[in-house]
Design a binder for this molecule. Sequence first.
Ligand code: NAD
Ligand code: DAU
Length: 354
Amino acid sequence: MSRTFRNLMVTGGAGFIGVNFIRWLFDQPDGPARIVNVDKLTYAGNPLSLLDVEKRAGDRYVFVKADICDAAKMKEVIEKYQIDAIAHFAAESHVDRSIVRPDEFVRTNIFGTYTLLQAAREHASQIQLFHHVSTDEVFGTLGDTGFFTEDTPYAPNSPYSASKASSDHLVRAYHETYRLPTTLSNCSNNYGPYQFPEKLIPLMILNALEGKPLPVYGDGMNVRDWLFVTDHCSAIWRVMTRAAFGSTYNVGGRNELPNLRVVEKICDLVDAKAPPLPGGKPRRSLITFVKDRPGHDRRYAIDCSKIERDLGWKPAETWATGFERTVAWYLSHFEWCAQVRSGDYQKWIATHYA
Ligand code: NAD
Ligand code: DAU
């Protein structure tokens, strides 16, 4: 069994994973006829990342600047573009920001997901699938051993992960109660091109390049399971096109690494690819241990055997190939990096998408 879709709505398609998903999907033979990207363009959303796609795809791509909490607008988009499937990425996604200002996380991640689910439910004869993109952080933290499976009880520890857990429960409830055709994926840490440089890997690449301190939280021994972003995209598409309604799938790279090792590897790659620092000192010398993140989950590790077994999915990249590609991408996209980090970017959005 493999589903096909005509008009796919992608929420948050101007963010890191959404951009990669749209770019990746336009290259697939079984992609939808049209993609409608609905994004509010917060600080994390960047339509620049899709300018070339916009030109190439013509009528097959539409961008709508909108907030997923706006029920009337969601209804309008679903009707105007005859949406038959929704891939829901839009979220506030950064744990550190959620610790400082949880309100937007509750609003977008919980109320926004509810608003979309409700809009889908109100168009039940039209919507063939609602796919919810979620995170392994809903499962909380692991000790030195063990893996998260689809049956691991939820135990979120940050306002971000609590808001994502809540949205997952709403998706489950809309399937159980209203028979909305849903699928859900919980993925580990992504990295790759177009990631906003507040997250560990792009932040470290750009700081290392510029000779700035590389802030490592706590003892640097917190472990994450790293997945190259297009491997996440292919997993989502497998689930969307082949998984049973109401099912959930864990997605991970079997690439567990402590943060300190990640930062050291980034330093070595930047040393190898970029001009040397003054005095020729190695970038590892920039590593600076700083105060730990409150409630910092110690270890994430995904058991992805269900998606491998049921849907035949496998990641294409290892951390070694993926880190190399990622560092090379950031070192060759200075303009993108400068724009997303500058205040001018907000002005650019105001003129282009008013
Ligand atoms: P991101 O922060 O890079 O992008 C989020 C996008 O959502 C941005 O384009 C932003 O403008 C948009 N957005 C935010 N609030 C909105 C609103 N109210 N209405 C419409 N659009 C809004 O995030 P990302 O890293 O691309 O993550 C995408 C999804 O994947 C999220 O749901 C996240 O929880 C999930 N996820 C991320 C990772 C990861 O490692 N980055 C891993 C697993 C799951
Ligand atoms: O596991 C999936 C999650 O991965 C996603 O759901 C989130 O949206 C995504 O942001 C990511 O969350 P993390 O908190 O794991 O990612 P982040 O890049 O913020 O941090 C990765 C690890 O590195 C974490 O243990 C904290 C640490 N860290 C992070 C930053 C930004 C540092 O040591 N120094 C830093 O400056």
